[in-house]
Design a protein around this ligand. Structure first.
Ligand code: FRU
Length: 480
């Protein structure tokens, strides 16, 4: 009711065209991502009443193609003893034709809500994928089931998966001594759970608490994804307050030990957190994340009535031993108004004869004699002076640089990621949508995501080069 009555008050200025947002109010983590009876269901951390984080509900949307979403009624609200202060993040699984959600119940235990709380896990079940009933005997993993060496407070975000006919969850936690942990539990029936082991730990270097784990098979490897909090930067990587990480390795189900081989950031930009994956009916592994960052200014919180959005869903692939991320082919169906130009030499800045605030752009550069080249998006006069969002490539260091210092209102800053040229070329596939930019470099080897808040009429696109480079191709489609 509240949502239906208030959603027309949401200001449209920065509303995204092809990314999921809450109808009104606040959104954070994706939850319960699953294809069920052919349709994709995505739930999300949601506070409908204000565009700020509050007692968490699970918002719910469905889609046939992962581009256009339809809203369903709120799936979970905090209304039981074990979840009275929030239905925190979790996941979905199909069992005997029913859709089962598992999530964290959050309970505040004292006056300092940032410090005084406890968490346990519960389930909710649906016959139709729309109406959910919380199980009568929740929690299924209570406070007393938490082993000694693990935090009694931070114990959340169960991600379910099936192996050899058994159910498993990974959970995020810490050792109460400043190290993030991922914990594994096993079950036959989703109601009784047995602790297996700590499968991964930060070891002092990788963040003091780990959130939102996910574990899945990719070819012959196991991949663990997680969101480390307050992880120190490593060179240009992990520069946000909180990060995301994928670890490739092998999980030994009997011992619950995960043999990690290598880890890497999932996204190298500013705004990407709490990614969750699912496998669709065609066997694709698809990841989606919250396209924002905790404790980073969100201009739509001011007086727009909404805050928070999802990234584009991305396909996760293992290529030559590394994880790459690609846009789904479904998005291509929404292309219109192609603008394309091939093969021209660039020296200095060239304004392109096309504009927009909601499009896909594919540019291939050949470095040639240049020391630096790139593309400027959302350029314009702006109310407070020149606006531009700059993606530049520095030949000497091999760094792709995303700079949003002049992007408009909202936070600025720069993120860099190493992207080797391929045969002297850099290919960028860029998705711009009203207040977001997602860059897939060299076919998804590196992805950089950031929110920007330019003036509405800053819609220009420039390419530039210090010294001569060649634009092999420049192709753009509007996406609506
Ligand atoms: C991650 C997170 C989760 C938690 C949820 C609460 O962004 O902190 O660990 O379940 O958000 O909204």
């Amino acid at each position: 009711m509240f949502i239906q009555q208030t959603k027309q008050n949401v200001r449209m200025d920065y509303r995204l065209n092809y990314h999921l947002m809450a109808e009104v109010g606040w959104m954070n983590d994706p939850n319960g991502f699953i294809q069920y009876n052919g349709e994709f269901h995505l739930f999300y951390q949601h506070y409908p009443y204000k565009p700020v984080w509050g007692p968490m509900h699970w918002g719910h949307a469905v889609s046939r193609d992962l581009v256009k979403w339809e809203f369903l009624p709120i799936a979970l609200a905090p209304d039981e003893a074990f979840d009275r202060d929030g239905c925190f993040s979790g996941s979905a699984i199909e069992k005997d034709g029913k859709l089962v959600l598992m999530y964290t119940g959050h309970v505040v235990t004292g006056p300092d809500t940032d410090q005084d709380y406890k968490q346990s896990q519960g389930i909710a079940i649906s016959d139709d994928g729309v109406n959910f009933t919380k199980w009568g005997n929740n929690p299924v993993i209570g406070y007393d089931d938490i082993p000694e060496e693990i935090s009694k407070k931070d114990f959340r975000d169960p991600k379910m998966f099936v192996r050899n006919g058994q159910y498993y969850i990974v959970l995020g936690s810490n050792d109460a001594k400043g190290n993030g942990l991922i914990i594994l539990y096993r079950s036959d029936n989703l109601k009784q759970w047995t602790y297996v082991n700590v499968i991964a730990a930060s070891g002092g270097q990788l963040g003091d608490n780990w959130e939102c784990p996910d574990l899945f098979q990719l070819d012959d490897k196991d991949v663990l994804m997680l969101s480390p909090q307050r992880m120190p930067a490593q060179g240009e990587a992990y520069r946000n307050l909180h990060s995301t990480m994928s670890i490739i390795g092998k999980l030994d189900l009997a011992t619950g030990l995960f043999h990690a081989e290598q880890y890497a950031p999932i996204d190298h930009g500013f705004d990407y957190y709490a990614p969750q994956t699912t496998q669709d009916d065609n066997g694709r592994r698809i990841v989606i994340a919250w396209m924002d960052m905790w404790e980073s200014e969100m201009p739509t919180q001011e007086d727009h009535g909404w805050a928070g959005a999802m990234s584009l869903p991305r396909e996760v692939l293992l290529i030559d031993g590394r994880i790459v991320y690609r846009p789904l082919k479904e998005i291509e169906r929404y292309r219109s108004e192609v603008y394309s130009i091939h093969d021209f030499i660039l020296d200095g800045t060239q304004e392109m004869d096309t504009r927009g605030d909601s499009y896909e752009l594919q540019v291939v550069f050949e470095a040639d004699q240049a020391s630096e080249f790139g593309v400027k998006l959302r350029t314009g006069a702006g109310k407070n002076g020149l606006e531009e969002t700059v993606l530049s490539y520095d030949i000497k260091t091999g760094l792709l640089i995303f700079n949003r210092d002049l992007s408009g209102i909202g936070p600025g800053g720069e993120r860099k990621a190493f992207v080797p040229l391929q045969d002297g070329r850099l290919s960028l596939r860029i998705f711009v949508d009203k207040c977001s930019v997602e860059v897939f470099a060299n076919d998804g080897e590196v992805v950089m995501t950031g929110r920007i808040y330019p003036s509405a009429d800053s819609q220009g696109i420039n390419v530039f080069s210090e010294g001569t480079s060649r634009v092999v191709s420049f192709e753009k489609w509007d996406i609506r």
